[in-house]
Design a binder for this molecule. Structure first.
Ligand code: HEC
Ligand code: HEC
Ligand code: HEC
Length: 473
């Protein structure tokens, strides 16, 4: 049955060039382990190890990417086969324990920022091929990334033991024999290696995924991973399988959605390299995911709101648009001054679709403004098949087009929502500030104020509560 989950991929290696040609260095390896490295390289791509384990501008898999979590900043580690700085001395069993169970070679627990809760579903065969790939084809990098230091009591790695007892599921993926091979392959990818739920499933108080709302939409700090269940209003139940495949492959469907933030990165590093069979499998599985409805959506899907309206007509005729002083500008003026040059004064985008329409767009139609605010602050930068989708940010970083303050962005966001999207959504300067700073902190951080005894009591109570909930569920 396990074999059923595997495809022979040797004919589909064009994407491997992205891995610095490293894969091709193993020419002396035996034919069998060559098969395993090719296979392993594809598994590394489908599980997107590179996205988290590579710092901006850094060497592949050398670690050092800062992951902002609600509990503080965590740094990914060096997972190249360097024996001093990486995982060169990991046996296959050590590797598999780290990836699937979240336990390092030295016995310490990893934080679940490393998505071992999803990788725990991965088959032995995939883990083997992945291990061979890392040991034989990844170039060792002799450097140590910055160390993660979380506030007490989260810095005690063994506290994750309790968390694991509650929330880690050690069951490998169990195929559903009543479903097709394609459906099972899709379920395996979504739940396991491609770890879609890590971003798209909402989390509870202890940061655990809520299985009852699987893929129901979740905040990631600055960005929001929308509901991708099969619900026709709140989810993507209205998308065709072709829509899903095109979006994962390119990150762009004009008149529907574009991919920025973590999704832009996942499309760039991982999904665009999926084989067509695997994309089809993901689409087939997603169509069957239990629908989750958000009452705030009412009866309108986020993809259907808004229409072409001229913002030029809304600008006060007698006042020229000044770029130096934005403070007195209306929303329409901010839109005309900063957005219309690309998205057009009616927000209908460009004819070739490169600049998307801002109505009939997931981001402006959503029932929260997170992704619209994040897009304005941070822009879009996604490379797919050699083409760059680039929108500058307006948050005031070096590469940004302008520096709009929190109040200006709130005013502009509200104007765009009122005119082209979901006018019921409210926006405040405080919300923009929060998204600029990376999102809300976890209420768990309150623990840091209580000292050892208080924290342990709260953790114990929370665990008992968790066990209780789990037994009832
Ligand atoms: C979402 C981000 C993310 C992804 C994706 C990810 N990792 Fe990690 N990984 C981390 C972080 C963060 C740590 C360090 C966690 C800690 O310090 O507790 C880590 C730690 C590890 C470790 C422990 C190394 C050590 O000894 O310290 C291994 C091994 C590892 N990852 C392998 C992988 C492999 C293989 C993949 C792909 C199958 C992968 N990771 C994908 C974030 C990620
Ligand atoms: C690293 C976090 C992350 C992972 C992993 C991830 N997503 Fe996303 N996804 C997002 C974010 C954030 C958005 C919103 C992007 C935007 O609007 O710019 C998104 C958007 C989407 C959308 C468009 C929905 C809409 O309304 O705009 C689909 C479909 C989607 N993701 C499917 C998937 C699937 C399928 C997987 C796994 C194969 C996956 N995602 C994995 C973060 C993630
Ligand atoms: C220099 C051209 C340019 C300007 C100026 C510009 N955009 Fe964009 N915008 C783009 C491009 C390119 C994309 C990405 C298309 C893609 O993802 O394929 C984009 C995407 C978007 C998206 C979809 C993002 C997502 O994650 O789904 C929104 C919403 C958006 N822009 C709003 C705005 C607003 C509001 C302004 C004014 C503050 C603005 N844009 C200014 C070029 C621009």
């Amino acid at each position: 049955m396990v074999n059923l989950m595997h495809r022979r991929l040797s004919a589909k290696l064009s994407f491997l060039a992205a891995f610095s040609g490293a894969v091709f260095l193993c020419s002396s390896a035996s034919a069998r382990s060559e098969g395993a490295t090719d296979q392993g390289a594809y598994i590394a791509v489908t599980s997107d190890c590179v996205a988290c384990h590579t710092a901006p501008g850094g060497k592949p898999f050398a670690g050092g990417l800062a992951l902002k979590t609600p509990l503080g900043t965590m740094y990914s580690t060096n997972i190249t086969p360097s024996t001093t700085f990486g995982i060169g001395d990991y046996t296959e069993a050590d590797f598999s324990r780290a990836v699937r169970k979240g336990i390092r070679k030295d016995g310490n627990n990893l934080y679940p920022a490393m998505p071992y809760t999803a990788y725990s579903k991965m088959t032995d065969r995939d883990l083997h091929d992945l291990y061979v790939y890392f040991m034989k084809s990844v170039r060792p990098v002799e450097s140590t990334p910055p160390k993660t230091s979380l506030p007490f009591p989260m810095n005690i790695r063994s506290s994750m033991m309790f968390w694991n007892i509650l929330f880690r599921n050690d069951r490998l993926f169990q195929p559903d024999l009543s479903r097709s091979e394609e459906w099972n392959r899709g379920a395996y990818l979504v739940q396991g290696p491609a770890h879609c739920g890590t971003c798209h499933t909402p989390r509870g108080f202890l940061m655990q995924e809520k299985p009852s709302e699987s893929l129901g939409g979740a905040s990631l700090g600055s960005w929001y991973a929308p509901n991708i269940t099969s619900d026709k209003i709140s989810g993507i139940g209205s998308w065709s399988p072709e829509n899903i495949k095109t979006y994962l492959k390119s990150g762009h469907i004009d008149g529907l959605a574009q991919a920025a933030g973590g999704m832009g990165e996942a499309v760039e590093h991982s999904f665009q390299h999926f084989t067509n069979d695997d994309l089809q499998a993901v689409a087939t599985y997603l169509a069957s995911v239990k629908p989750v409805r958000d009452p705030e959506d009412g009866n309108t899907s986020r993809f259907t709101l808004g229409r072409a309206i001229s913002s030029a007509d809304r600008v006060r005729g007698d006042q020229p648009i000044r770029s130096e002083d934005n403070s007195n500008m209306t929303g329409a003026e901010l839109f005309m001054g900063n957005c219309a040059s690309c998205h057009n004064f009616k927000a209908e985008g460009s004819r070739d679709g490169y600049y998307p329409s801002l109505w009939h767009n997931s981001v402006t139609g959503a029932s929260n403004a997170d992704n619209l605010i994040a897009t304005i602050l941070f822009g879009v930068d996604r490379h797919v098949s050699g083409v760059e989708a680039f929108m500058p940010g307006f948050g005031g970083r070096k590469s940004d087009a302008a520096q709009l303050n929190d109040e200006e962005i709130a005013k502009l966001t509200k104007y765009v929502l009122d005119t082209y999207g979901r006018p019921q959504v409210s926006v405040s300067g405080a919300e923009v500030k929060l998204i600029r700073e990376g999102g809300a902190k976890s209420p768990l951080l309150a623990l840091t104020r209580f000292g050892m005894a208080g924290s342990m009591t709260i953790i114990t109570l929370a665990c008992i509560y968790g066990v209780f909930r789990r037994i009832r569920a």
